[in-house]
Design a protein around this ligand. Structure first.
Ligand code: HEC
Ligand code: HEC
Ligand code: HEC
Ligand code: HEC
Ligand code: HEC
Length: 200
């Protein structure tokens, strides 16, 4: 290598490579940071609604409020009407219920803060997962024991694929060792690991 070339390598190429490495390092670091940060995300909600009270103590079925989960992509959050089925009477004099009634009377939707969200370029569908016997808790944790809903899974690509690759092991915790159905379904729908299954 002649001196001019060595000079070029040190003065021009080396700094470019160093910058690229540093940028890549921080990009990975912050991507990981976001993931770690989202697990445990439990924002304060406009009304102190407790899953522990309604789904736990009162024993209400998740589907009473998240009716759409079995039918399509989204589980959805219930409209204020659903709450007023009970709260036009129940605890009507409590401050949080008065707030609820104000939203109801003004016809304004309650601005619940979203906790679980995949990016727009990802396709996810609740109904196919529920139909193959996966429980809400497998992806959302023990919501019936939470006063404030908290995110317990990263919802990252690695997390989705971990289950798609080894559904049996993943599902045994929830459905018991005899559940062959989900594993068969995943094998049959080989698309479960193809890029186009989740990115369409
Ligand atoms: C009485 C109605 C009701 C019942 C029953 C209910 N939920 Fe909810 N759920 C809500 C409301 C309202 C919200 C939005 C406010 C919040 O996050 O607490 C919500 C939010 C959620 C979220 C977070 C949504 C997001 O923003 O990502 C999950 C997950 C969830 N519910 C799962 C469940 C599960 C699992 C059950 C059964 C164990 C259940 N819910 C039972 C009303 C209900
Ligand atoms: C099936 C009936 C039912 C439905 C539907 C229902 N609740 Fe309740 N809720 C209750 C009962 C009963 C209590 C009181 C439980 C207790 O204190 O033992 C309660 C308590 C509450 C409280 C606490 C009130 C206090 O004491 O300060 C809040 C807030 C609340 N509900 C909000 C909601 C919201 C928001 C919805 C709709 C997403 C909803 N509830 C749907 C029955 C219901
Ligand atoms: C296989 C994993 C999985 C299962 C099982 C699952 N969820 Fe979800 N849930 C998700 C993902 C991923 C999102 C984010 C979806 C998005 O951004 O489109 C989500 C979002 C939600 C939301 C936010 C609003 C919405 O519809 O996007 C609610 C509420 C919810 N889930 C409730 C439930 C309930 C109730 C059950 C059981 C009946 C359930 N989920 C079962 C993975 C799951
Ligand atoms: C706990 C296990 C589990 C997790 C976690 C999971 N899946 Fe699945 N998924 C399944 C099973 C089982 C099937 C097969 C259902 C079938 O084909 O009937 C499936 C099927 C699918 C399909 C194919 C449905 C169709 O329309 O053919 C898509 C798309 C999908 N999952 C996306 C996702 C995404 C995106 C995530 C992460 C955000 C995810 N899944 C997380 C178990 C899981
Ligand atoms: C089972 C569902 C699933 C499959 C299959 C899948 N992805 Fe993803 N992918 C996701 C999810 C979920 C995210 C969003 C991750 C996040 O928000 O952290 C994602 C994100 C991405 C991103 C953005 C960068 C990142 O990591 O966030 C790229 C690029 C990508 N996927 C490419 C691919 C390619 C290429 C394939 C095929 C080899 C593929 N994906 C297969 C679910 C899937």
């Amino acid at each position: 290598m002649d001196k001019q070339m060595l000079d070029y390598n040190i003065r021009v190429r080396l700094p470019i490579i160093l910058v690229a490495v540093v940028v890549a390092y921080f990009a990975t670091f912050f991507a990981g940071f976001k993931e770690r940060n989202m697990v445990g995300y439990a924002p304060e909600q406009p009304i102190k609604f407790s899953h522990k009270l309604h789904a736990g103590d009162l024993g209400m079925d998740c589907r009473y409020c998240h009716t759409a989960a079995e039918k399509g992509r989204h589980a959805g959050v219930p409209s204020t009407d659903t709450c007023m089925n009970c709260h036009s009477v129940a605890r009507a004099d409590m401050p949080e219920i008065k707030k609820l009634k104000e939203y109801f009377d003004s016809n304004e939707p309650i601005p619940w803060v979203r906790i679980h969200k995949t990016p727009d370029f990802v396709y996810f569908n609740h109904s196919v997962h529920l139909a193959s016997g996966i429980d809400c808790a497998q992806c959302h944790g023990d919501v019936a024991g939470m006063d404030v809903v908290q995110r317990t899974k990263p919802l990252s690509m690695g997390w989705c694929l971990e289950c798609h690759r080894t559904p049996q092991e993943q599902l045994i915790e929830v459905t018991g060792p005899d559940n062959q159905k989900s594993a068969q379904l995943v094998r049959k729908h080989a698309g479960g690991q193809h890029c186009s299954a989740c990115h369409r």
